[in-house]
Design a protein. Structure first.
Length: 143
């Protein structure tokens, strides 16, 4: 199995970051505008991209003050390697700065999709930071 890892620091509370990574409004501000998201265990969040040409369904398996864990349970219109992957955001706050450890784990293949996904996550992290620190709304995907 293969894993994607990123780590950033954000000037803001862990609560602010948690809201940005787990609410529909927050996720719409830096990731994709077209999402149906709730911060509820077992809820399946739906993320759509490129006019719904691509869609991912992630079940919320963990949601707590230190982060979230989602499992991809369905990925219509894309190769099957997404299903079973696990996204985590782990948050640790110290004196108003939150360390964000991100992972997208459990990839079955080391292929083009893995590299492309890693590139996108790398581009998303500064957008997350900009939203939390400056309320800069700049979704990577319009929907």
């Amino acid at each position: 199995m293969f894993d994607l890892l990123h780590q950033i620091q954000i000037s803001g509370s862990a609560r602010q970051v948690l809201d940005a990574i787990s609410s529909e409004k927050g996720l719409s501000s830096w990731w994709t505008k077209d999402n149906e998201s709730l911060a509820e265990i077992k809820h399946v969040n739906i993320f759509r991209f490129n006019g719904a040409a691509v869609e991912f369904h992630f079940r919320v398996d963990e949601h707590h003050t230190n982060g979230v864990l989602w499992t991809c349970v369905q990925a219509p219109k894309v190769p099957d390697e997404w299903v079973g992957t696990i996204i985590t955001f782990y948050l640790m706050e110290n004196e108003g700065v939150t360390d964000v450890k991100f992972s997208h784990r459990n990839w079955k293949l080391d292929d083009r999709a893995l590299a492309q996904c890693n590139t996108v996550w790398g581009a998303l992290m500064p957008r997350l930071r900009g939203f939390v620190e400056k309320n800069h709304v700049n979704p990577y995907f319009e929907g």
